[in-house]
Design a protein around this ligand. Structure first.
Ligand code: PAD
Ligand code: ZN
Length: 368
């Protein structure tokens, strides 16, 4: 009976409960969780920005060890160390066949239903289903997920650091390396330097950006951003973020600007601080009502700006997760520095508070 942090209903605090967990069905695996990061998207389920059915086990950024496999599973075996993917990637659908696994058709139902690929969760309590976020539910000691939702990694990789790759690192670094087209010497602005934004910064550095401008309202985040590779900072709490970036770029704007918060105001700012001919990459998840409005001719046509969405860092999890593990092992990717606090899964409410106050890059649940 795993203990899990369960969101009982919208806007309610999470409760630590003993749950029943079914054995994996065909094509599914059971994972003993080792660690799980707490991401802003988890908080966004609690406050309704991301809509999922409740009660629900949140958590979608995790790593652990396979303990059981269902019929027909060949990609992993008990004892394997894995990172969970919050977008299961089938490898054969229209999108996977076009190297856009982040848009996998098989994953769609899992992302919205609170269940696995068949739309049903494997957790329950007193006979009633308990849903699981993004076919994961990493705020539980154990979970059952689709086999195509786990990627085997080198067993020497520490699982606490590996957990972070599952969302924040894959999304942030992938936004810079896969979604965007950063060229050597480019100027990049990153609006929002939380767990995901810091990874956009280190991804931009890896891609060869020369000037990296970090924008945030919390001074501590701007200091951390400099450790991850930011060359300049703009405190959006002390002045207009767009003017700040303009004055650092000869009034042209950044070659590429990334929005990593999910607010209308900062999305508008990000588009406005992108130079003519540049790319604005939208990573933050806004609530469903947010609309983008801009003058079509002056804002887009004659300015030749591109606005691009970014889902899961445009990642192919099967190749990108092992690649990020190797980068960490070679000392080229900062993961230790993302772990601000280690907690247990009874402390997720406190972790949400700390995130909202801007106190942490990531709180990480570490299981025994
Ligand atoms: P976080 O809360 O750790 O970081 C957000 C940062 O933004 C913090 O450092 C804040 O101080 C800063 N901030 C807030 N408001 C402002 C403002 N007005 N101006 C400047 N800075 C501000 O969140 P996170 O990094 O975990 O997640 C960021 C977003 O990315 C969030 O919307 C999440 O849902 C989304 C996300 N998207 C994907 C994807 O695939 N597109 C994946 C994972 C997360
Ligand atoms: Zn996330």
């Amino acid at each position: 009976m795993p203990k899990a942090a369960v969101l009982p209903a919208l806007n309610e605090p999470m409760e630590l409960l003993d749950l029943d967990l079914e054995a994996p069905k065909a094509g599914e695996v059971k994972v003993k969780m080792a660690a799980s990061g707490v991401c802003h998207s988890d908080l966004s389920v609690q406050n309704g920005t991301i809509l999922l059915p409740t009660p629900c086990v949140l958590g979608h950024e995790g790593a652990g060890v396979i303990t059981e496999v269902g019929e027909g599973v060949t990609n992993v075996a008990p004892g394997d160390h894995v990172v969970l993917s919050f977008v299961p990637q089938c490898g054969t659908c229209f999108f996977c066949a076009r190297e856009q696994g982040q848009l996998c058709e098989a994953a769609n139902i899992a992302l919205v239903s609170g269940g696995l690929l068949d739309g049903t969760p494997r957790f329950s309590r007193d006979g009633s289903p308990i849903f699981q976020m993004s076919a994961c539910g990493t705020f539980s000691e154990e979970t059952v997920v689709p086999a195509i939702g786990v990627v085997k990694i080198d067993p020497d990789m520490p699982l606490k650091q590996a957990a972070l790759i599952g969302c924040g690192v894959l999304t942030g670094v992938g936004a810079a390396l896969n979604t965007a087209r950063i060229r050597e010497g480019d100027t990049v602005a990153v609006v929002g330097c939380g767990g995901v934004g810091l990874n956009v910064i280190q991804g931009a550095k890896l891609a060869g950006a020369e000037q990296i401008i970090a924008v945030d309202m919390v001074e501590g985040k701007l200091e951390l951003a400099q450790k991850f590779g930011a060359t300049d900072t703009v405190n959006a709490g002390e002045g207009d973020a767009v003017s700040g970036v303009m004055s650092l770029t000869q009034q042209r704007g950044a070659d590429l600007a990334f929005e990593v918060i999910g607010l209308k105001a900062t999305i508008d700012q990000t588009i406005n601080m992108t130079r003519r001919g540049g790319q604005a990459i939208l990573v933050g998840v806004p609530n469903m009502e947010v609309m983008i409005e801009l003058p079509a001719f002056l804002g887009l046509v004659v300015a030749e700006k591109s606005i691009k969405g970014c889902w899961y860092g445009s990642s192919n999890v099967g190749t990108d997760i092992p690649k990020l593990v190797s980068l960490y092992q070679d000392g080229k990717l900062m993961l230790d520095e993302l772990i601000s606090r280690e907690i247990d899964n009874g402390q997720v409410n406190e972790a949400f508070d700390a995130m909202q106050k801007g106190e942490v890059a990531r709180s990480v649940i570490v299981y025994d």
